[in-house]
Write a protein that binds this ligand. Sequence first.
Ligand SMILES: Cc1cc2nc3c(=O)[nH]c(=O)nc-3n(C[C@H](O)[C@H](O)[C@H](O)COP(=O)(O)OP(=O)(O)OC[C@H]3O[C@@H](n4cnc5c(N)ncnc54)[C@H](O)[C@@H]3O)c2cc1C
Length: 496
Amino acid sequence: MADYDVVIIGSGLGGLLCANILSREGLNVCIVEKNFKPGGSLQTFGRKGTIFNTGLNYTESLDEGQVLNRYFKYLGVLDKLKLQKLDTEGFEVIDFPDGRYRFAMGKENFLETLSKDFPAERQGLKTYLEKIKAVCDEISMYSFSEKPSNMINERHLNMGAADYIRSVISNNRLQNILAGNSMLYSGTENKTQLFTHALINNSFIESAWRVAGGSHTLVNILTDNIVKNGGTIILKQKVGKLVVEEGKIGCAVLANGEKISGKHFIANIHPESLLNMTEPGVFRKVYVNRIRNLENTMGMFTLYLVFKKDTVPYVKHNFYHFNQDNAWIASDYHPEKWPQNYLLMHTCTAENARFADSASVITYMDFAEVKKWEHTHTGDRGEDYLDFKNNKAGILLDAVEKQFPGLRNHVAAYYTSTPLTWRDYTGTRAGSAYGLLKDFNRPLESLITPRTQISNLFLTGQNLNVHGILGVTTSAVVTCGELIDANYLIRKIKAA
Ligand SMILES: Cc1cc2nc3c(=O)[nH]c(=O)nc-3n(C[C@H](O)[C@H](O)[C@H](O)COP(=O)(O)OP(=O)(O)OC[C@H]3O[C@@H](n4cnc5c(N)ncnc54)[C@H](O)[C@@H]3O)c2cc1C
């Protein structure tokens, strides 16, 4: 039986980062991944010579001195990753029925741009920007002020993002503009914490980037590092069971029956999946009930468009459209009005930034829409499922054409994914996009810590503090801080 210092279940960003950090420190790590490719939501897929990202379309805070820049430098990723900066004068375009508004990059630029549209709200916008920065600065993994910790100021967990915005901004349109990219965090008006909103908006306003060549390039760098450090990555093997021996996890049992033993185990998977891997009674009933009763974020439907060569100019911004006034669609979702919003992002190749070779259009989709196929698997869901997807693709493309007339004529081919795709691809509950929903009404219940009731079993990934590339990176550091000296780790990141 193979024996490691640390066995990591899942090769999503969280698992890859933990393996990087721990293998650099001399620990013998092994990642076990159920898919044939590593990366989880960072995987890409190719069709007709075009590469599509799946769960990393843009990322944040990568300018010199900014938070993700510092983490990526420490990880030895930054100098190898090819980045394309989005438009500094408007990296997000927020399109409401009454007009288009821009998020400009940099605090001053952001303030000036929106103050032109809403001069009476200048002071409110200033207060808002100061607040979201202050919330981030209070997070030790963000400000590098002390040892990495999972503890987030409770005040910010208790406070709703929408409520906070309303408290400083009077204009209803501007309130909704500030939530205009809330699809990035499944923004739910009566649930989303200020903390989640602040971490995401503050970081993207600092700077926003695409990964040129596709998000798999980040995966390749991280897997190369792990292998160079002596780590092992096992693909196409699902961990089915964790065996408890004398109160600790002794080994992971893979689908082929092989057993992998380790001193420590890190689960980079949805916490509910972890519960299903152990015998009943291993976790206390109250913990099991708590995890099972937490709500998950909503799933997504994505339309991947391949464009005819050199027909669609590449634009360096994301386009968030709403066909209604309220931007908090996840809590105002009406299947009969689908799609109420969409996010359109162009992508270009590293060689040709004049024309887009493709675009992704993402919108919410409730699992109920695909529930009738829940017992089927990828590639074998039947003709009626394909009809359903094609029908939805047509409806979404019709909606997009209202803002981009004639776009359809430039489409050479299209592909789609639904919440079922995500469920089977990453193992997330009901195809939820970002895992557990962090709810300000249940602040401590929805705060998942890396420690579990089993002393050598830890959690990492998007279900901890915040999802997304930055959120998962900070969580990986917090998880590793449970296994190696956390202060030493943060000093090394600061020194990089
Ligand atoms: C449509 C969409 C768009 C997004 N766009 C962005 C974006 O532009 N920017 C951004 O920052 N974030 C974005 N995100 C969010 C971001 O991709 C995720 O938060 C992040 O990648 C999650 O990483 P993770 O490590 O938590 O886990 P995951 O990526 O979910 O990986 C978990 C891994 O565990 C594996 N696994 C599960 N069960 C088992 C098992 N039993 N045995 C072995 N392996 C197992 C899975 O196969 C998977 O590889 C997006 C998400 C979605 C859904």
